[in-house]
Design a protein around this ligand. Structure first.
Ligand SMILES: Nc1ncnc2c1ncn2[C@@H]1O[C@H](COP(=O)(O)OP(=O)(O)O)[C@@H](O)[C@H]1O
Ligand SMILES: [Mg+2]
Length: 269
């Protein structure tokens, strides 16, 4: 086992060893084939296979997430979608740049430009001028099919809640480092939340969000803005690399609970 192996993979290996499950890791660690007797299951990336295809797609698409949540009345940060003009004029409205500029004009405090599918804080730009907007859009479109624009909001606290079937398993606040973003990859530190009002409010919002898109095992980021909690993003892959370094037993217990569901004998589908 390589020492750089992801905590996700290590957790599956550990679960497998304790439950008589063969674990075969392929594709540079991204594809994991699991087998217990005649039962075969796959994990891919950070996806353990408990979520429906449509829930997974909605979660992975920031614009679709925000639309679905607003239909269900779950407070969230709006994300306006712009498709890459390289897809051609049949797909992309010629007025795309005007529409982007309109959003900038509507939000004098600035906007955030980022890839619709999310890349752990990479290519996420805060923009306040037309020049910055063009540069950010160029950068995002060089890598992504979809770009989203949100009003820039002053985030007082960003909390991640990990749910399995509506039960909060983990809740932590992301303490920023020098970066303005709360990504753990960019140096933010996870700090577990004690039981109390904040944890309860975040858990409730996360459960509402999970129910809105019908997702079972999920990592939901909520932000405190102007005294209110709102959903920022939903991830259908549950990543606990940074948390697992600080609280390995908690990460393992959470993956164990999810894998118990994966290998449950009698499940109605
Ligand atoms: N509209 C916004 N206003 C203020 N900060 C934002 C906004 N959108 C994102 N951020 C900051 O950028 C970080 C990354 O954005 P996020 O939507 O989570 O994308 P990713 O999928 O790349 O993590 C967030 O953790 C947050 O700190
Ligand atoms: Mg994020």
């Amino acid at each position: 086992m390589a020492s750089s192996e992801r905590i996700f993979v290590q957790a599956i290996r550990s679960y497998g060893a304790r439950h008589g499950i063969d674990v075969d890791v392929r594709a540079g660690g991204w594809l994991i084939a699991m087998r217990r007797g005649a039962m075969r299951r796959f994990a891919f990336g950070y996806d353990i296979g408990l979520n429906s295809a449509i829930a997974h797609r909605l979660a992975n698409d920031k614009s679709a997430t925000a639309e679905a949540l607003s239909i269900l009345g779950v407070p969230c940060i709006p994300h306006h979608l712009f498709l890459n003009p390289k897809l051609g004029s049949n797909v992309v409205d010629a007025a795309w740049r005007e529409a982007m500029l309109g959003l900038l004009l509507d939000n004098p405090q600035g906007v955030v430009v980022k890839p619709n599918e999310g890349t752990s804080g990479r290519s996420v730009f805060k923009v306040t001028t037309e020049t910055e907007l063009d540069r950010a859009a160029g950068e995002v479109f060089s890598m992504s099919t979809g770009l989203v624009i949100s009003p820039y909001v002053e985030i007082e606290n960003e909390v991640r809640v990990i749910l399995l079937d509506d039960v909060p398993r983990v809740a932590y606040s992301k303490q920023r480092g020098s970066d303005w973003k709360h990504n753990l990859d960019a140096g933010a530190k996870p700090v577990l939340l004690e039981d109390g009002e904040v944890r309860a409010a975040c858990a409730k919002l996360a459960i509402d969000a999970a129910n809105a898109i019908g997702i079972a095992f999920v990592s939901i980021d909520v932000v405190h803005v102007d005294g209110e909690w709102r959903v920022l993003e939903i991830n259908s892959g549950v990543m606990m690399e940074a948390l697992g370094k600080l609280h390995p037993e908690l990460a393992q217990a959470t993956y164990d609970a999810a894998l118990d569901r994966v290998f449950e004998e009698q499940r109605e589908h």
